[in-house]
Every structure is written in C-alpha cells, then in structure tokens.
Design a protein around this ligand. Structure first.
Ligand SMILES: Cc1cc2nc3c(=O)[nH]c(=O)nc-3n(C[C@H](O)[C@H](O)[C@H](O)COP(=O)(O)O)c2cc1C
Length: 343
C-alpha cells in the first residue's frame, strides 16, 4: 500500500539512481524496524533442505544486494532466505552507465551491470556483522579482467573466502554481462569448473566441519540437449542444486518498446510463462533429490505456486520486488505455505 505511493517518485528517477537511493535507505539502522513494522512477522512455513532450515520458501535473488549491505532490512521483509552477490575476488566498477532500464509496460528490467561490486573481502566482513539469522546464500563470479582460462581460479578464491560465512554458495555462470561468462556452461569448461569446485568443497568440509552446499545458476537461453549435458555434470560432481534461471537475451517480448533493444539481460514478466516450463524440464533431468530453485518473472502468489507445482523447492524474486514492493515476499510465502503440505 505504502509502496504504491512511493513507487511513482522512485520510478520518476533514473533506474540506477533510484536503486542506489533505495539501497542506501535500506542500510540505515532504522530500515530493519521499519520493514518489520511494514511487513509483519515472517511467514512460518519451515522447510529443511540442503541440511538447512528455511523459514519459508521465498528468497531474494542475487544481484539486488550485491555487496551484502542491507541483509537485515531484506530479512525483515519476510524472506525465508537471501542470496547476496554476485561477488568477485577483487572490487570492480562494472560496465559504463546507463546500465539499468525499466520497461514498465511489461513489468520488466534490462540490466548490463557487469558484476559491479566491492570485492569478496568487504562482502565477507559485512556478512559477519549481520543480525538476521535466516539462510544466507552467497553468489560468486569472476572479475571482468580475469582471462577465461583463469576463471576457475576466481571461483575457487571466492569459494574459499565465503565458505566460512555462507549457508550455501551459488556459482554464477549465466550472467550475460561479463564477456564469455556463459561459455562456462559448455560441457568441457563446466566439467573442469565443477570438478575443481566440488573437490574444494569436500576439502573445506574437513576444515569447517560442515558441508557447504554448492548451487549452479544457469541461463534460461539453452536447449534441452544443453540442459541434459549440464544435469549430467551436476550429478557427476554432486552439485547440490540448480537455480533456473538468470536473465534472458531473448527480446521478442519487448520488441518495439522503449529500451526494448538495450543490450544486457531481460528480467521480470517476460520470463513468467517460461519459468514453470523450464523448471519442469530441469526437475525431469535432475530427479527428485537435487535442490531446484525457480527464478524468473515471479511476482504473484499464482506464479510462486506454479513454479512449486512444476517442481521447484524454493523460489526467488528480483524484478517482482521492484514493481510490487516489500509486501511481496509475505504474499508469496503465505501462498506457498497454503500450497505445500508440511514436511
Ligand atoms: C538489475 C539486476 C541485476 C542482477 N544481478 C545479478 C547478479 O549479480 N547475479 C546473479 O546471479 N543474478 C543477477 N540477476 C538475475 C536475478 O537474480 C534473477 O535470476 C533474474 O532477474 C530473474 O528473476 P526476476 O525475473 O524475478 O528478476 C540480476 C537481475 C537484475 C534485474
């Protein structure tokens, strides 16, 4: 309700400027109690997955809180889990501005941020200071200036740095905004990457005395043969889960709209109808035991329930939160609770 009043002012500003202002407001010490008052108590729909206790099945998708600056405020919006990042080993500025565009006619965004972030050491220090105690995922990537043949080193460096403070780690190989990143989804490159990361996860288990689950975040833009190759590698390397999906390169849904031909990844409503189909395909390929997280155009209770019915264990939102505001997590969590028999 309040967001309906605030949104026109935010949407009157340049998209990245309003994103920065919102995030700055959410880092204030008052943000947590304000969000608690606005959103009420977190919906209790407990799920034990990956050996972790999720308060409910609704999560914040990666990229909104890249540097883990506002965990406590996002937590107070009633999410069952949060994913921060994508973080890279070293701080980097990302691509040139403008790099974030709203397409309100389709409740969509196009971004080409390119992993702007303050580096993994700063993120870890912030995570250590958080008060919110829900499930926290940390999404890792590679620096733009790391050559493709050394990409694995960046992921290993991030995994080692974040493992002590992360409940799970997401390996992001599906952003369209870092040159050649999506090439890591190809069979041989992915085999090498997952083999090294799963080996490192297993040796970290000895030092940390707990297994840090690794999830793989994939693009929506691939055919069933590519998905089958990736699913086989996920199983071979005991990767714990898949997040489907990241933003899309497809522009059919926004052809002719203002900003519809901007370069970058498209998110929001144009992905909505595809998400349950993509989830059903992944579920069939992965079998029942691998965790599956849906992302892409989820902005209503019906969208969340459709993703769950298609086989997702958890769902994440990003663009829906921008258009619907901080009441969204609670609405989705309630609908999921009603749609899921207790486990
Ligand atoms: C502005 C913006 C920045 C994003 N940054 C990241 C990121 O850093 N890492 C990542 O894995 N996904 C990132 N994403 C993708 C989202 O996490 C999500 O997978 C995608 O937007 C689809 O969900 P949605 O339709 O609910 O937004 C970003 C999305 C947007 C809109």
């Amino acid at each position: 309700m309040i967001y309906r009043l605030v949104r026109p002012a935010l949407f009157a500003l340049d998209a990245e400027r309003s994103h920065d202002l919102t995030l700055a407001a959410l880092t204030s010490p008052l943000a947590r109690p304000a969000m608690q008052a606005l959103c009420g108590p977190t919906t209790d729909d407990p799920a034990r997955l990956l050996g972790l206790d999720f308060a409910n099945r609704i999560g914040l998708a990666a990229g909104l809180d890249k540097d883990a600056r506002a965990i406590d405020a996002f937590g107070a919006m009633g999410f069952g889990f949060l994913e921060v990042g994508t973080v890279t080993p070293r701080a980097q500025p990302g691509n040139a501005k403008p790099r974030l565009f709203r397409l309100p006619a389709r409740q969509a965004l196009i971004n080409r941020f390119g992993f702007n972030n303050r580096g993994v050491a700063e993120l870890v220090a912030r995570v250590e200071r958080r008060r919110w105690s829900g499930v926290l995922g940390i999404n890792i990537g590679k620096n733009a200036d790391t050559p493709a043949e050394r990409a694995v080193d960046d992921y290993l460096a991030c995994l080692n740095a974040v493992a002590p403070v992360a409940d799970y780690v997401t390996v992001n190989i599906s952003s369209p905004n870092t040159k050649n990143l999506r090439d890591l989804q190809q069979r041989d490159a992915l085999d090498t990457l997952l083999s090294r990361l799963s080996g490192e996860r297993d040796s970290l288990s000895d030092t940390l005395h707990r297994r840090v689950p690794i999830l793989l975040k994939v693009a929506p833009d691939m055919d069933d043969a590519q998905r089958a190759d990736i699913a086989a590698l996920v199983s071979q390397h005991s990767i714990d889960g898949v997040i489907a999906s990241n933003t899309t390169l497809d522009r059919d849904a926004v052809a002719g709209l203002d900003h519809g031909d901007e370069a970058g990844g498209l998110s929001g409503e144009p992905l909505r109808a595809r998400t349950p189909q993509i989830i059903a395909t992944w579920r069939a390929l992965l079998g029942a035991d691998t965790l599956l997280v849906a992302a892409g155009g989820i902005a209503s209770a019906a969208d969340a329930v459709a993703a769950r019915a298609a086989g997702a264990d958890l769902v994440q939102v990003y663009t829906g939160l921008i258009y619907e505001g901080p009441g969204l997590p609670k609405r989705l969590a309630k609908a999921m609770a009603a749609a899921t028999p207790p486990n």
